[in-house]
Design a binder for this molecule. Sequence first.
Ligand code: NAD
Ligand code: AKB
Length: 318
Amino acid sequence: MKKILITGALGQIGSELTLLMRKIYGADNVVISDIKKEGPAEVIDGGPFEIIDVTDGKRIFEVVKQYQVDHIVHLAALLSAVGESKPNLCWDVNMGGLYNCLEVCREVGTTMFTPSSIAAFGPSTPPDNTPQDTIQRPTTMYGVTKVAGELLCDYYFQRFGVDSRGVRYPGLISYQTLPGGGTTDYAVHIYYDALKHGRYTSFIAEGTKMDMMYMPDALEAVIQLSEADGSQLIHRNAFNITAMSFAPEQLASEIKKHIPSFTLDYDVDPVRQAIADSWPNSLDDSDARAEWGWNPKYDLTAMTSEMLDKLREKLNIK
Ligand code: NAD
Ligand code: AKB
């Protein structure tokens, strides 16, 4: 990877991945793009930035040619809750954007990393220790685009030799950029509300377990899998990866160790609860560990301690 293009770079993952990739590969070698211009100045002004709507394949091609891009990190997408409120747009952006990126890869010889999600599973998937290869019949538009996307990437590899790789991310927790409209977002909002108000009302019900991961591990996965020896990869698109699995009350207990007066109550959102209920409780990520050395560093305890420290600093709360 000499010249990288990131799509959807101003989102929760992209805004942090940009800074990490600039450190590793050099600021001039990381071209970032998004459909919007609003984002942290450090991200937008720290290297080349282009407006790209990923549903416009010609525009992706133009930027790839202009900067001689040889690796695309394709992040632009609508997430699960937004996807359920705008299913047509979710299909257009998630499938259209991916198809356009794969076509550019095929024409130019570019490689690609693009994430799938735990949303690629559905209610008929075995929910505990969910295997890498198993039933995938999701019941959300977001999930449908994620399964179809995994298959499309496999097709482009088998048919055209396009080297695209991906992981099935769980819910990602971070303190820099807020999540963009998913079901696992509660696990970020809870930290903000714990510090600001000492209480949180969860839209996800007690007892609902989902896989989660702290952002530094998620970013490490992009670098590690993109750099991995392709000949060792059996499952290119996409690997189960996880770092922890918890329900809201378990996260609350961990926060209470730092803020003893913290309280959690519930006002369950039926749409997001139905999505959460259709996803696994915990993934088996042994294939990622075996094929490219996946080994996350943060568990719930380490993540909570760092999240609260970093957010205290960010929000200027003693
Ligand atoms: P996000 O919603 O925070 O960011 C997505 C970015 O895409 C936004 O900046 C948005 O402006 C941009 N975008 C939307 N429509 C676009 C278009 N037509 N053209 C160009 N850009 C457009 O999302 P994220 O959390 O950073 O997720 C990135 C990828 O990771 C997605 O594929 C998502 O499905 C996947 N993922 C994320 C999580 C998570 O918890 N964050 C978990 C699993 C998978
Ligand atoms: C969402 O909740 O939609 C995302 C995801 C797990 O894909 N965080």
